[in-house]
Design a protein around this ligand. Sequence first.
Ligand code: NDP
Length: 368
Amino acid sequence: MSKQRLHRNVVIIGSGPAGLTAAIYSARANLKPLLVDAPADAEKHTVPGGQLMITTDVENYPGFAEGIQGPDLMVEFRKQAERFGTEFLETWIDKVELQERPFTLHTSDHEIKAETLIIASGASAKWLGIPGEAKVPAGLGGHGVSACATCDGPLPAFRNKPLVVVGGGDTAMEEATFLTRYASRVFVVHRRNKLRASKIMQDKAFRNQKLEFIWDTAVEEILGTPADGVTGVRLSNLKTGQQQIFPCSGVFIAIGHKPNTELFKGQIETDDVGYIKTSGHSTATNIPGVFASGDVQDSVYRQAVTAAGTGCMAALDAERFLDHLPVMMPSGEEITMEGEHITPDHEVIITPDGHMIPNKIGSATPRD
Ligand code: NDP
């Protein structure tokens, strides 16, 4: 069976706050965006709507004074994107080709050509893979097990209760420090006796009177019931092999995130961890016409509202690019849709065939 061919001005990958905000903006700009998102898959931990679909109360998204449930917020985002004519396609993308424009996306049933591409495929929290960790009903995920202290820490179930944080990096220090605002005590369980976190974050954590460290230890199981929530963890000392049941009311897994960039590997510039590099002043990647927004390019803020903000930026950047206006690249140069490079000091334009033209009004003589 031959594949259905589609050709769109703006194609967005991902349906979290970044992807849907990009859709709202580009749909309102009459660019008729196509948003492609992964189907729900429990094993692959994918769900249309992204990470907010696995959170409960969202109390810090502006505009909802009383808070809103994560999944309800994403329904609103989606309805708003639909209202302005976003086209949705729920399918796995098998391969992308970003070497030339229009870019090509392959699915089992489609070949999609994209004049501009907005990557908003997000990041996924890493999990330990231990009993009790999976989402209810398979485990206690959402009932005392979380991978986001900012999202879930302030919930009543964790107030004045002992909590466990797993990990020894900056994320674990940040989450543990944040949780001390609410918990009676926070115990960081780390598999070694040395932290990976930066010195400043370690110092802050060590100074915190409500924070304690349990070294050389692995969490082997999370205990409790969906009705009672988490009641404890089974710990194993990795040096002595000694096991103990440690009572606590919540477990925050903070062993890092991984950006969902497998699909683009080798084709787009990323940092060592795999986050897509974007220009400081825009969402432009190293490929003109490809923009990245949300957690796939942000290892620092990782909030729904910041993701939505960069989704808006990506839509405006794509619109600008399609209007034949230059976009700023991570290198500091600006590049037009026609492939002209404007030097970071804005002094010279280099045409695709290598001619150098002064970028000053009144001096149009080539100077190659
Ligand atoms: P890291 O990879 O730096 O740390 C992960 C931690 O989790 C390590 O201590 C690691 O242990 C532990 N770990 C990993 N896998 C397992 C496992 N299976 N079982 C038990 N423990 C495990 O990830 P982070 O998310 O902490 O940081 C990622 C990047 O983001 C870093 O560059 C960090 O600096 C940055 N960041 C910056 C922040 C800030 O500046 N405010 C906040 C958060 C992150 P081990 O040490 O033994 O390998």
